[in-house]
Design a binder for this molecule. Sequence first.
Ligand SMILES: [Zn+2]
Ligand SMILES: [Zn+2]
Ligand SMILES: [Zn+2]
Length: 210
Amino acid sequence: MRLVGESQVIDAGTGEVLHVYRTQDEPTGHLLVACGNRRGSVCPACSRTYQRDVFQLIRSGLAGGKGVPEAVREHPRVFATLTAPSFGTVHTQRKRNGKPLVCRPRRDGGVCAHGRPERCGARHDTDDPRVGQPICPDCYDYVGAVLWQAHAGQLWHRFTLELRRQLARRAGMSRRRFDAQVRVSFAKVAEYQRRGLVHFHAVIRGDGPG
Ligand SMILES: [Zn+2]
Ligand SMILES: [Zn+2]
Ligand SMILES: [Zn+2]
């Protein structure tokens, strides 16, 4: 799928913008996306179906089709990923030029409060079961992770309410007037990351009157 737009990584606590990415900086002017986080290992056929469904949902939300008018292409819209904060360091797999990088490189060789090394010198394969597991299970905030998971639906709901509130405020409108003028629609999919936490991919679109 080809995406055009920009993404910002924002610290939810401080509002600080940590990272900005714009597709216009790409040589092609767009970004080809294959998320690949869905667990194909569990059931390859289902995950393929799932990805097709998601593709159609996201595509029609952004570009029209499947019952959505094509005029939505002109509407303000965002493809956003909402991700949990960190609950502690986990084993990761990152690649450069197709080769796995060292998981947690650290020169100082520090240890945590439980005497466990904070580094991991392994280069994990994609199917390595350690990927997504905490570096130290005692340091990891399992309670926070469980609470995030349990409240993910509620958090999403709050997000949709707060977004309308913010948009109305920035447009200088009362909530009532904003709601009468603008319909904000959402299409979202929930996915499991490697660390086992839910994150949401969402198409958010503003549709004006008429
Ligand atoms: Zn994802
Ligand atoms: Zn590791
Ligand atoms: Zn520890």
